[in-house]
Design a protein around this ligand. Structure first.
Ligand code: AMP
Length: 400
């Protein structure tokens, strides 16, 4: 069974094609700069070189059309007939409190997605456009939406509510939703395997550290708290996002500094975090390099990033009343020994002891990087959100 996974952004469409009998990825690609003259298509069939070509993609439907044409290209021999695509799984960032699980797409779900436009205006309309595109081009093929927020729907009310007037929750659904759910769920499942424990008996802290960063407390395979909130802005210091700040700073800026809500939004989401502090970049590699060569603001950005991560890890140890393991994943979590070490530094009293040699070892495999006697196992587990979406698609359709 071949499953196509689609992830639509405002100006990009990413895809992966999986053979679910083996869970092998057959192809992946991305069309960027949709609607612009410089639109291009990067594609890779597993086992072949990556190709890059410019393309004319005015919108999401044209982008999906280009992807399907590529998959059907007889020279590549990836698929002979469009019917070979048995199902499509769509990543959707925000399911609000309407969707607590992945769902097969039907008219009611499409209506529910429309009702989520307000809550995630930067994401949901583009996901919606992507679904409309595949529905048109792959008519009759069953489709499933998989939400970044769904995994966090098990968070109890005292953890997802903000201490604001209750009416804001009732009228505008303002509450913590959490994000990166597919990734947290995937690595928690893999960690249980690595620990050789049933998932329902594990207590884990999963750290998804990429351009966006979030940390989740996972009890028995269920999210019970997470650092991102109503939007993906809350919580950790990120590439260009500020994470937790005193909300009165926003009022102060609006009142006294003639800043518009739009500029403020850009400031908090695009001009803050590692970039805002270092003044250099939101890319950790650049910031680490600058810190190593003596740039003090780069040093400060890295220290703040790790300190905030450590605060969340420590507080979730309390929330979970002790843990079996900590998982690091995503671009930074998988690749930066420095960040992993600093985020775990000084937590020996909580049973967290990193093994410097294992931590510094270069590998793209799932691995344990704590010392042999560390009560808490520290793990690096590469995330695989697209495979998880493909799995969810199969699960939902076979249960339907
Ligand atoms: P992601 O959003 O998961 O693609 O992660 C992107 C982040 O991972 C960027 O901040 C990159 O600088 C960071 N990253 C990727 N590779 C490395 C590496 N080898 N060392 C440090 N950071 C890395």
């Amino acid at each position: 069974m071949k499953v196509l996974v689609i992830n639509c952004g405002s100006s990009s469409v990413k895809y992966m094609l999986f053979d679910m009998a083996t869970e092998k990825r057959l192809a992946k690609g991305v069309i960027e700069c949709i609607g612009l003259p410089e639109a291009y298509f990067n594609n890779q069939f597993t086992g072949s070189e990556e190709t890059k070509e410019s393309c004319k993609a005015k919108n999401h439907i044209e982008s999906v059309e280009i992807i399907l044409k590529k998959l059907l290209d007889p020279a590549a021999g990836m698929i002979k007939n469009i019917d070979e695509i048995a199902a499509v799984g769509h990543r959707v960032v925000h399911g609000g409190d309407k969707f607590a699980d992945s769902v097969p797409i039907n008219e009611e779900v499409m209506q529910g997605l429309k009702e989520c436009f307000d809550i995630a205006p930067l994401h949901t309309p583009h996901h919606y456009a992507g679904i409309e595109a595949t529905q048109k081009l792959l008519s009759g093929v069953p489709e499933v939406v998989v939400f970044d927020t769904a995994f966090h729907q098990t968070i109890p009310d005292y953890a997802y509510m903000y201490a604001l007037p209750y009416a804001l929750y009732e009228k505008f659904h303002i509450r913590r939703y959490g994000f990166h759910g597919t990734s947290h769920k995937y690595v928690a499942q893999r960690a249980a395997k690595l620990l050789k424990k049933p998932l329902q008996d594990t207590k884990l802290i999963t750290c998804h550290l990429g351009n966006g960063c979030s940390i989740t407390a996972v009890q028995g395979g269920k999210s019970i708290d997470t650092s991102m909130g109503f939007t993906p802005l809350e919580g950790l210091v990120m590439g260009t996002r500020c994470g937790d700040i005193d909300p009165a700073i926003i009022v102060n800026l609006l009142d006294h500094h003639e800043i518009t809500p739009e500029t403020l939004n850009t400031l908090l989401n695009k001009k803050s975090g590692l970039y805002g502090i270092s003044g250099l970049s939101g890319d950790l590699r650049t910031v680490l390099k600058a810190a190593a060569s003596g740039n003090d603001r780069a040093r400060l950005a890295v220290d703040m990033f790790c300190y905030r991560a450590k605060k969340y890890i420590s507080s979730y140890i309390g929330v979970l009343n002790g843990i079996d393991g900590i998982v690091f994943t995503a671009g930074i979590g998988e690749n930066s020994p420095t960040i992993r070490e600093k985020a775990c530094q000084g937590l020996q009293n909580m049973g967290i002891e990193i093994d410097p040699e294992a931590n510094n070892g270069v590998s793209s495999d799932e691995r344990v990087i704590s010392t042999a006697h560390s009560p808490v196992k520290i793990m690096v587990i590469p995330t695989n959100e697209e495979l998880m979406i493909a799995r969810e698609t199969v699960r939902v359709l076979t249960n339907a």
